[in-house]
Design a protein. Structure first.
Length: 121
């Protein structure tokens, strides 16, 4: 819990100003919420769920940043070439990241068998 608070404060005061670090921090915070929920409710945590959620939230945060850059670019032509380059980089990252995420989903599904629920007692 303390780590979550420290990471949130670090994001609020500095990480959100660094291009990829802000996206990675957002993904880590959402994944930590899932982990903390499992720990607090004494539920087994699946490695597949943890890895899938980290990649999913990272992709989602990248897509959101990409839309923000496109909207900001549409407001005016100020630094048009710079924003065009940044949008191109984010699109390349998103496209390659989605492909890697799909490969990881398939690999995790094959590597981690489902956890069977056995009655206690």
């Amino acid at each position: 819990m303390l780590g979550y608070i420290v990471l949130t404060l670090a994001y609020s005061f500095s990480f959100k100003r660094v291009a990829i670090l802000d996206v990675a921090t957002i993904a880590a915070l959402f994944t930590l919420r899932i982990v903390m929920g499992g720990v607090l409710n004494d539920l087994p945590l699946s490695p597949w769920l943890n890895s899938f959620s980290a990649f999913f939230f990272f992709s989602l945060a990248l897509a959101k940043r990409n839309v923000e850059l496109i909207r900001f670019k549409a407001i005016g032509n100020f630094f048009k070439s710079v924003f065009k380059a940044i949008v191109g980089v984010f699109k390349a990252i998103i496209n390659s990241h989605i492909g890697r995420a799909l490969i990881q989903i398939a690999a995790c599904a094959a590597a981690f068998p489902p956890v069977s629920q056995q009655p206690e007692g």
